[in-house]
Design a protein around this ligand. Structure first.
Ligand SMILES: *Cc1c(COP(=O)(O)O)cnc(C)c1O
Ligand SMILES: [Zn+2]
Length: 389
């Protein structure tokens, strides 16, 4: 039986509970379960996240997820361009709702359906909301999405058209989370939070499995990941960790995490050697998808990055728009948050090559943009451009 475990006091909760946070205030994680990963079996199945079903928290004879799935996952990994550099992009914007959030939402909503949920609440700055809305309505679950007033009109439109009720909340992203949590507690409904519900991370871990399979069982040296609440970052970490524990890889790829200059609590905590991030004020950024001033899972994110000998850096705000054009001219039309991921990577590579990055943090001695670099890098393109303008 699957159960949750409190990350602080280790109290166990049955995972059919509506409890979303431990009485002690701790975050809930999923207790480890029998997970089997086999490439041999995976390659015989359709190219979706569900080819790794044996490593997901579902049982073999349980087919409920089939009616929820829209074929999400197994997105292409392609070279950034034809220059022979060692930089690869993974096109996670080619998902049913146009962002990587479908990995997590498909698993979370399939699970909600399995345990008999009829109504759910979630909060989001955009993409998670559109994704949860799409899957919830497909699963026949009544869906309420809380978003900040400032959310892109296109994303709000998409949530409405998927059939969810949208509640716009004035003020910060944190206000929106509080409003959703009040509704959850008052009505005793399922909180389909991509931040708090640990099933979401079971979906995002398929990103790592796909990289492993698509790179022919050779993992990249560096995986670049945008980080706000850490749903992709922690999923990537859990996925590679499982492969390591199974002996399928012999080291973890180093995680290079990118925050927005205008809202970077994790980068600040990383630089200062803190175990937990202190909340910051969001000073404004075009990278709305990673503008999280007080990420609840900050200590797990910081620990994961440090364990891989990784780094957390910021993307210069002034380069986000031009980087968006740069990617579009290579053929990839992405949203500003994804351009920020790339802009942060650029800035970081430059500081390594010019010797400005601290020696211990220098993931690149040779420019990965030049042909023949010995460092393979995979960067996700997380969100589609047309959702943003
Ligand atoms: C959600 C999202 C992110 C950040 O993910 P976190 O889970 O908040 O770290 C980055 N890019 C895009 C396009 C997103 O939708
Ligand atoms: Zn607890």
């Amino acid at each position: 039986m699957l159960s949750y475990i409190c990350s602080i006091c280790h109290r166990i909760y049955d995972s059919i509970t509506l409890v979303w946070r431990c009485e002690c205030g701790g975050l809930l994680d999923l207790r480890s379960f029998a997970s089997h990963f086999s490439i041999k079996e995976a390659i015989t199945r359709p190219a979706t996240i569900w080819r790794y079903i044996d490593a997901l928290p579902f049982w073999g004879n349980d087919k409920g997820w089939k009616s929820v799935s829209m074929g999400e996952g197994f997105t292409p990994i392609v070279p950034l361009d034809g220059t022979g550099s060692s930089i690869f992009v993974k096109l996670d914007y080619l998902m049913p709702t146009l962002s990587f959030k479908d990995r997590g939402a498909a698993v979370l909503v399939a699970k909600a359906k399995e345990i008999g949920v009829t109504k759910l609440v979630a909060d989001s700055s955009g993409n998670a909301g559109t994704s949860i809305a799409a899957y919830a309505n497909r699963a026949g679950i009544e869906c309420h999405i809380y978003v900040p007033e400032s959310t892109s009109p296109k994303k709000i439109q998409q949530i409405v058209r998927h059939g969810a009720t949208v509640h716009t909340v004035p003020g910060s992203r944190e206000n929106t989370a509080k409003a959703a949590q009040r509704a959850v507690n008052e009505d005793d409904v399922f909180y389909a939070s991509h931040v708090y519900n640990p099933y979401f991370y079971q979906g995002t871990k398929t990103y790592a499995f796909e990289v492993f399979e698509q790179m022919k069982e050779e993992i990249p040296d560096v995986v670049v990941v945008p980080v706000g609440n850490g749903t992709l970052l922690l999923g990537v970490y859990y996925g590679f960790k499982e492969l390591l524990d199974l002996g399928l890889i012999n080291r973890m790829p180093r995680i290079l995490a990118i925050q927005a200059e205008g809202c970077a609590p994790l980068a600040l905590a990383f630089d200062n050697g803190l175990a937990t991030a202190r909340p910051v004020i969001n000073e404004g950024t075009a990278a709305e998808g990673i503008a999280i001033a007080n990420p609840p899972r900050s200590s797990q994110i910081l620990a994961a990055v440090r364990e891989t000998d990784g780094v957390i850096v910021t993307a210069p705000e002034s380069l986000i728009d031009s980087t968006r054009d740069y990617l579009a001219k290579k053929g990839f039309y992405v949203e500003p948050t994804t351009a920020a991921t790339f802009a942060g990577f650029f800035k970081y590579v430059e500081s390594c090559i010019q010797g400005r990055a601290l020696e211990k943090d220098r993931l690149f001695k040779v420019d990965p943009f030049q042909p023949g670099s010995d460092r393979k890098v995979v960067i996700p393109l997380c969100g589609a451009g047309i959702k943003a303008d």
